[in-house]
Design a protein around this ligand. Sequence first.
Ligand code: HAM
Length: 433
Amino acid sequence: MATEELQPIQGMADIAPPEIKIWQRIESCVRELFHCYGFGEIRTPILEKSFVFLRSLGETTDVVQKEMYLFDDRGGRQIVVRPEGTASVMRFVALKGQEAQDARLYYIGPMFRCERPQAGRKRQFHQVGAEAIGPALAAADAEMIAMQVHLLRNLGLRNFNIHVNTRGLPEDRAVVTAGLRAALEPHIPNLCDDCRRRIDTNILRVLDCKNETCKKIAATLPPVTTFMAETSRKYLDDVLRLLKLLEIDAVVNPALIRGLDYYIHTVWEITHPALGSQDALAGGGRYRITLAEKTVEGVGFAMGFERLITAVQNDNPAFAAGEAQPMIWLVSFGQPAFEDNLKLLQTLRFRGVRCGMDLAGRSMKAQMRAADRSGATAVVIRGDNEMASGTFQFKDMKTGVQIALTLPELLENLNPQVRIAPLPSPVDGAKFQ
Ligand code: HAM
């Protein structure tokens, strides 16, 4: 038999050693962090009755119309191989009723969409997702985005962008549809075939059409918030204000629609430049859906695991390659710096950073020799100047580059998962000294 025959179905892949190791490392970071935020794991079946997805994702969405694996089982029931995790979690919550009212659930597992396979787009892919059940609260949405950002930072990602928008409330839809329809009227002849159809079926989707002409037209339209009620606009403003409070940089993207119908209020997407044309690392939002006469509300997100791996390989190669955690050596000039470094040593060890220092109060030269002996990849140097300015000199032992960091910057740099964030090359580094 030709070996080609033995390949998995196109768009699906075996995940085996040694590659499986990065999956396992990321999974343990994910689990650890989600437990911190009070989330417990849920494993729902891979197969669901078709109404679970048809009702929640929406009959006119791309996932339902073009991408779902749908079949009749032997009992003549229509079955769907799950294309995402949120609808299954909603079904579970609807089933449990009161008991699951404030559930915080996360999942890691395979999802299936019969898309045209291409780089970054698979037919079997994996998602890490989290759902916090509960009524609309701007703080809950902000917390969810913050948790996601926390996870990405823990994995050492730096170059991601957070796009936020609102879908408003179902009560806004008639006015939004009428407003968009009026604004699009003069452009109808120039829209692509899909968008001409979308005007009647799902007008919001015109805003995120990938066709260049449609994109240009969409850019001239007033933002959807113009047509929404004041309460919906205020909800978005509250979320943005809270994100700012939590020091999370998010930009409002009026073209962000998210292709699933269950969303209300906040929607967001996180993109990463290393992902190329399929640059969506994650998507999320607040939702409300009625299944078997039970309404479920919540907020959540899902990240593509394969895309997450690509981003980690790009931004944090040492972690991706499974390199051992480096040793950091603390070097002190003078007694006050020595004592403060003792405290820093403890703080860093509490945070899981592997570090050491010379406890005998020896000369700078002797301390640097000890650093070498320990195999330290970086040293943190503190003397009177640093004590006065509240900074730390961080020296990369391999390149010799040294930069001044504040305590938050130092802690960020010494995040145990991040290993050591790459420092600029010696030439670039000159300006830091
Ligand atoms: P989604 O945007 O359809 O949202 O998918 C979330 C993420 O899954 C995407 O950002 C992408 O990283 C990954 N993904 C999607 N399709 C593929 C594919 N064909 N190949 C590789 N990766 C893919 C949802 O699924 C919602 N359930 C998110 C959510 C949770 N909203 C609220 N809670």
